[in-house]
Ligand binder design. Structure first.
Ligand code: ATP
Ligand code: MG
Length: 193
């Protein structure tokens, strides 16, 4: 099964961002019926580590690795990172263009958490993509169905955006199912931070 590790913003942060997205060109395009693939609000997340395909038999190892990572995080007496959404960027181009929102605040603490998670996965011999962690929340996948200058203008507008602050109090193991119109995510397990 396809797995990743994430933290999620709470409902009030998601709804604040939703209001902002609706004001952007990508939001207007979605409202007009363009297939710009806005991310469903309940799917918004920050990926800390992407494992990809893992055999079901190894799920228990994944869970124990993540439990240990959360334990070490708490033992380090770091308060759960206090974050807010603001700013943003564009990844990819043409058909792969996606728009994302940045995280601000205790981003260094989030980096530390991602390091702990990846370290535990590595020690357990589990797969993960070891590209440097770049915190981001994907908000839309307009691809080439929107003018690149409009996507860029949305990105610039996001510079002015500052969402409400929240504390990430849960580390989440997520399963992703591709193939449908949008990926389906499922929470498999959670650990307190
Ligand atoms: P789609 O692939 O249909 O665009 P998605 O990217 O949201 O949807 P997944 O590919 O299952 O769905 O990815 C789940 C999460 O892991 C997303 O946050 C995605 O950005 C991240 N992710 C996917 N592949 C990688 C990778 N190789 N390295 C790091 N993060 C990844
Ligand atoms: Mg993907």
């Amino acid at each position: 099964m396809r797995l990743f590790v994430a933290v999620c913003p709470p409902a009030e942060v998601v709804s604040h961002l939703g209001t902002q997205i609706a004001r952007l060109r990508v939001g207007a395009a979605a409202a007009a019926g363009a297939r710009v693939r806005l991310v469903d609000p309940c799917d918004l997340h920050l990926t800390l580590a992407f494992l990809g395909d893992v055999e079901t038999a190894r799920l228990v190892d994944v869970e124990s690795a993540l439990g240990l990572a959360a334990d070490s995080f708490r033992a380090g007496r770091e308060a759960p990172p206090r974050l807010r959404l603001g700013g943003g960027g564009v990844f990819g181009d043409s058909r792969r263009t996606l728009l994302w929102v940045d995280a601000r605040g205790d981003v260094e603490v989030l980096h530390g958490l991602a390091r702990l998670v990846r370290e535990r996965l590595r020690v357990a011999g589990l797969p993960y993509d070891d590209k440097p962690f770049r915190p981001h929340l994907t908000v839309a996948r307009p691809g080439d169905r929107m003018d690149p200058t409009a996507v860029e203008a949305d990105r610039t507008d996001l510079d002015e955006y500052a969402g409400p602050e929240w504390r990430t109090t849960e580390l989440l193991l997520m399963r992703s199912r591709l193939g449908a119109a949008r990926p389906r995510y499922e929470r498999l397990a959670a650990w307190p931070l």
